[in-house]
Design a protein around this ligand. Structure first.
Ligand code: XLF
Length: 354
């Protein structure tokens, strides 16, 4: 911001002046040029563009005409800085290669656009340094609020000036956190397999820093204990990445030892289904599989995947509503929003078995 002192007192020039616009002919037009051509003051043009004060109808028409002639588009960022009203939300997800997170981003984007907000979408790849870099980008873009999924550096958000809401890994009790009731989901996953006759169970668990998968694991194991069962556990140290499709290290040996597998999310379950097919076992006759998410791939897999529905729309709605409340300066009543997951039985579990 440039501050000018004139004999009329103090006045500010908008940052728009600093961000010239590309003109059709390759040169640039800026607010100064508009003012000159319209034969009015720079402050008047600024008032008109930013809608921050009175401009006579006649002057407005003159400015409008010049704006059209010069093909001038106000720079959104400069406008946001000046008016302190940015309509951009920073959204971080681990990776949109995971269909659950692409659906979550899609839902959030739709709800935001209904409210005339745009989304700045970033993949953290569960890398804390990348997350920090993007947080810096959000600050530089003066976003109105931030939604961060599965943060790996919660302390970095403490005390930042814009509202922040989280999905899964929380920041602190002071910040709204939304997640599926993952413990309950783990319990429900056990019951589906158990009620369909599976007893030789395997749980494929996600990486430690993902709190959601720890809850799913605990729910599943606690419920198994109640039935005097102790499932085997195999832990992955990352979430899905496209490279894994060609990486045989993740293949499970001895899958035929089991008759029921609960996998921590749908995309990993699809890899496991591929392994099971390779091992010549039949799904669900020899081995039943349950995933978590209810992402769109469940219907595309063969056989279609039974899973726990996280209710992505409800999660997105809760995140956006909480963020908008905070942007408006209203405090949210609840800071821990748990969405109840429900079982969706498709073709990888076998009701006929019981
Ligand atoms: O963090 C968990 C693990 O993977 C997240 O909700 C997901 O289920 C998405 O696929």
């Amino acid at each position: 911001m440039i501050i000018h002192v004139s004999r009329f007192g103090l006045f500010c020039l908008t940052n728009m002046e600093l961000v010239p616009q590309q003109k059709k002919g390759g040169t640039v037009s800026n607010i100064r040029e508009i003012a000159k051509k319209a034969n009015v003051g720079i402050a008047t043009v600024s008032r008109y563009i930013n809608n921050t004060g009175y401009v006579s109808e006649q002057t407005a028409k003159k400015i409008d005409k010049v704006i059209k002639e010069l093909d001038y588009t106000p720079n959104a960022l400069a406008k946001a800085i000046f008016s302190k009203k940015n309509k951009t939300i920073g959204l971080m997800v681990p990776n949109v290669a995971n269909p659950f997170f692409s659906q979550l981003a899609n839902e959030i984007e739709m709800l935001a656009s209904i409210n005339n907000y745009t989304i700045l979408l970033c993949n953290t790849n569960d890398d804390p340094q990348k997350e920090l870099d993007y947080l810096q980008v959000f600050k530089e873009h003066r976003v109105a609020g931030i939604i961060v999924s599965r943060t790996l550096c919660p302390k970095e958000y403490l005390g930042i000036r814009v509202p922040v809401v989280t999905f899964e890994n929380p920041i602190s009790d002071q910040y709204v956190n939304v997640s599926s009731d993952n413990y309950l989901g783990g319990q429900k996953a056990f019951r589906v397999l158990y009620n369909n006759g599976a007893r030789r169970l395997l749980h494929i668990r996600g990486a430690n820093p993902f709190l959601a998968v720890a809850d799913r694991y605990n729910g599943f194991m606690d419920e198994a204990k109640k039935h005097n069962l102790k499932p085997d556990v195999l832990q992955f140290d990352t979430d899905f990445s496209v490279e894994m499709l060609n990486d045989t290290r993740h293949q499970i040996v001895d899958i035929n030892k089991y008759d029921g597998v609960f996998v921590f999310n749908d995309i990993m379950a699809s890899l496991i289904i591929r392994d099971i097919h390779k091992s010549q076992c039949r799904i669900p006759e020899d081995i039943q599989v349950v995933g978590y998410d209810n992402s769109y791939i469940c219907e595309l897999l063969s056989p279609a995947l039974s899973t726990l529905d996280q209710k992505v729309h409800e999660i997105a709605e809760n995140l956006i509503n909480a963020l908008f409340s905070e942007i408006k300066g209203q405090k949210c009543v609840s800071h821990h929003i748990l969405v109840e997951p429900s079982v969706v039985e498709r073709m990888t579990t076998d009701k006929e078995k019981t």
